[in-house]
Structure formats: C-alpha cells, structure tokens
Ligand binder design. Structure first.
Ligand code: FRU
Length: 441
C-alpha cells in the first residue's frame, strides 16, 4: 500500500467508525471503502491497438427497427448474470425514440422497447415493455433479470409523468411481470406496481437540488442488478454524483494521485465541479423493493462528471467494474476519449485499481471519436454498444447542435453497433476482434 492509499484507508476507516454508530443492524454500509479514479491514472492514457476499436463500416449498419432510434441496450439475464434463453429466444431491451426526432432530442422522450432473437443476431421488435404504468416523463437505462418465470425490471424514471416543463430528476424504479414465452415470441404480462427503490441521499449521492447550486450536469441513474457470487448478496449499482453542493467541495490530494504527480498537475479550480461516482445499494428483501444505500464503489471527483451504466463482470476471484464516459465529461487539465473504462479488485467493495494502468479498456478510433457509445461487457467478454455519431469531419459533439438538422440525422447510427471480443487477464484487457452487430456470444 503506498503512502497515498494509506491516507485514504485511514480516513475511510475513521469514517467507517463514525458511520457505524448510526448504520442499520446489518452494518453493511460501513464496509464500502470508495476507490478513487485519479487525475494521475488518466494521465497514463495512451491509445493503442489493444484498446482502440476498429473503425466501423457504417454502410453495413442495419436498422433493427427503422422507425426508431436505438441506443443504450441490455440483455435479459438470469439472476447470476448469465444471459437468459427463453424457449430458444434471447431478449434485449433498448432505449428508443421515433427516428424522425432529432438524435440529440431523443433522451427527452426515451421509451424502453424489447427485441427477441433465436440466433442472437437478427432482432425482431417485440414492442414497448410497459403499457402505461411506467414512472417518469421518460425512462432511461436499466437492467432486467428473470427469476422463477418472473422478470424483475430496473430502470431510471427521469422527470415526472405529465410534467409541463422537462425536469432532470432521476429515480431508480423496480417493476416485475410474468414472462410468457411461446413459439410466437415473448410477452410480459401482469405488471406489478412500479416502485421507486432508490433516491439520492444528499450525503454520498447528490440530490438534484444540490446539483442546481452551480454544478454542470446531474446523474442518479442506470440501475444494474448484481448478485455477488462470493456472498450471494444482491445489489444495485448505479451512476451518481458525489454528494454536496459545489461550495462544499474542494480538490483533494486523493483526487489527484501521488504527491509526485501533484507537483506537475496544475489543477484548475473548476475541476471541483466534476464529481461522477459509481453507487451501490444492497437488497433488503426478496422482492427487490427495499435497498440500503451504501457509500460509492468508485469516485472520480475533480476528474470526471459521468460514470455511466456501471456494471460488473466476475472472473476467477476478481471483480471487474466497468463504466462508460465521454471526452467532454473529463475535468480541465485531464483528457480521455469517449470510451469504456474499467477497474479490478479482489473485493466487491474496496481497492479497485484501474485496468491497463489508466482505466481505458475500449476507445473509439481517433479519427471517428464518437462512432459508438454505451458499451456493456457481457460475462464472456463480448462488448455490445450502439452506433452513435460518425463521419463528422472534425465537428465535436458540443458543436453538433449548430449543424443543420439533416447533418445531424445523416451522421447518427441509432442502431446496434458491431460487438467486440475482449480478453480480460488479471489487470489487463485487449480487444481481440470485431464481431457482428448486436451479438453477445
Ligand atoms: C448513456 C446515457 C445513460 C442514460 C441514457 C439516457 O448513453 O446517458 O446514462 O440512461 O443515456 O438517454
């Protein structure tokens, strides 16, 4: 343990002792020791063939549902994380919006639809997942798991149903339904009530009110179900921001890295506005409606604003924690590509170290920096994602809104991207090959 991690461990221990005086009887909340993704880690990013995806052939992109833009996607899983097969069908869920809506506006009207496939390659639209009972003015990413013939569905309710002015409040919701699988396909029937299972506590996870006091973006979303194979305990991981208002925060040594690196990193003051984290909460009942919120697994304070769609793959004795982020979400003085990033630990709740030294696992090629996004690693190392913006001729994502509408439509994929096969070995990963779009074999 180096000097710096010792300081962190000591302060975390101090905090754990303090916290245990009001922690519930399980005492679990005190067990998380948040890991830091530091500015020093990110300074080690070098794009090379092992972490850079090949340029996708956009002419080969197939619209799996031509009437809709398709983006964040996740498969139906069994409780242990393996991919579910029902009557020979695999199922995926995607955020969708009508394809005549400007790509940048799709988030404001997102709905979750599902697709089924026998060969795991040709996907057929099944329809919307919910009828009318979903919460939020739109629904953002989540996860789904089947147990005893019942689907347990977790998603982000963004805003409130019927709101006149779009708001960015985000709550994590659970609903369940019967799964009817026949030769005709898959149907979800008898939906339960949709219950809010997690909201930010303001201490570990920022509330929207705190964020409004000067922060740059807000997140409390993307619930992802995980059963820990070591303990059998069940958890939800999610994307959050570290708690508190900007006025209450400052850049700390633990955000920067080693003392040596701090002598060369001139950290701009506004870096403290960047407070992305990866949250975790433990299931307290068999219906997955009660959760105990815990300190975050990972924080990127003073480094990055959005650690999106966090998820875990286990291999051997190790936990591999993955997340997606954008180039424009890195703090001033730091830089990283739109990419899939990852960390490894022998423990679920502490000591995560960046994979490949920096954390970078999959980046878009430098001449197509936005070609894909929202990567998700399957248990066998296959990585799925969606086709995002391509062929922009140097236009950045931040400048895209000023281009003509036609330009924005013409350069958006909005469908499943070619999958990638990743090798994962100890603390290193390598992209082995590109595969067909949407496959996760
Ligand atoms: C990533 C993401 C998710 C969110 C969704 C909203 O692509 O930002 O974090 O759930 O898109 O459209």
């Amino acid at each position: 343990m180096n000097k710096f991690s010792k300081t962190v461990a000591t302060s975390v221990l101090g905090f754990a002792i303090l916290f245990s005086s009001f922690a519930p009887a399980t005492g679990f909340a005190a067990d998380v020791e948040p890991s830091n993704w530091t500015r020093e880690d990110v300074s080690k990013i070098v794009q090379n063939k092992d972490n850079t995806a090949p340029e996708i052939n956009t002419e080969d992109l197939e619209q799996i549902a031509p009437d809709y833009h398709i983006w964040d996607t996740w498969p139906l899983r069994n409780k242990d994380g393996s991919i579910a097969t029902l009557n020979g069908y695999k199922v995926i869920f995607s955020l969708t919006a009508p394809s005549d809506v400007l790509p940048g506006k799709r988030h404001d009207i997102a709905e979750i639809r599902y697709f089924v496939s026998k060969n795991g390659k040709d996907w057929k639209l099944g329809g919307t997942v919910f009828n009318e009972e979903q919460l939020g003015s739109r629904q953002w990413a989540g996860s789904a798991m089947i147990e005893d013939g019942e689907i347990n569905f977790f998603y982000t309710a963004t805003g409130r149903k019927g709101e006149e002015q779009l708001t960015y409040e985000q709550r994590l919701v659970k609903a369940s339904a019967d799964v009817d699988a026949s030769s005709k396909g898959i149907e979800f029937n008898n939906w339960s009530d949709h219950e809010v299972i997690l909201e930010p506590d303001g201490e570990y996870y920022q509330t929207m009110e705190q964020s409004k006091q000067g922060d740059i973006a807000y997140a409390f979303r993307d619930p992802w179900f995980f059963e820990d194979p070591k303990s059998g305990e069940e958890y939800i991981l999610f994307e959050g921001n570290s708690g508190g208002t900007p006025a209450e925060r400052s850049v700390e040594q633990e955000h920067i890295g080693s003392e040596d690196f701090a002598t060369v990193d001139d950290v701009p003051e506004e870096s403290k506005l960047f407070n992305g984290n990866i949250g975790i909460a433990k299931a307290e009942n068999d219906e997955y409606t009660e959760f105990e919120i815990m300190p975050p697994l990972m924080e990127a304070n003073s480094l990055n604003q959005e650690l999106e769609r966090p998820h875990i793959v286990t291999k051997g004795n190790k936990y591999y924690l993955f997340t997606d982020t954008h180039k424009n979400k890195f703090a001033p003085g730091t830089d990283g590509p739109d990419g899939l990033y990852g960390f490894v630990s022998d423990s679920l709740t502490s000591n995560y170290e960046p994979l490949n030294d920096s954390g970078l696992v999959v980046a878009n090629p430098e001449n197509e920096p936005y070609q894909t996004y929202s990567w998700m690693v399957m248990p066998n190392g296959t990585v799925i994602s969606f086709a995002n913006f391509y062929d922009l001729n140097g236009v950045t994502i931040d400048e895209l809104g000023q281009q003509s509408e036609q330009f924005q439509f013409n350069h958006f994929g909005g469908t499943l991207a070619p999958s990638l096969k990743l090798s994962i070995h100890k603390d290193e990963t390598k992209i082995l090959k590109e595969m067909d779009a949407g496959v996760f074999k």
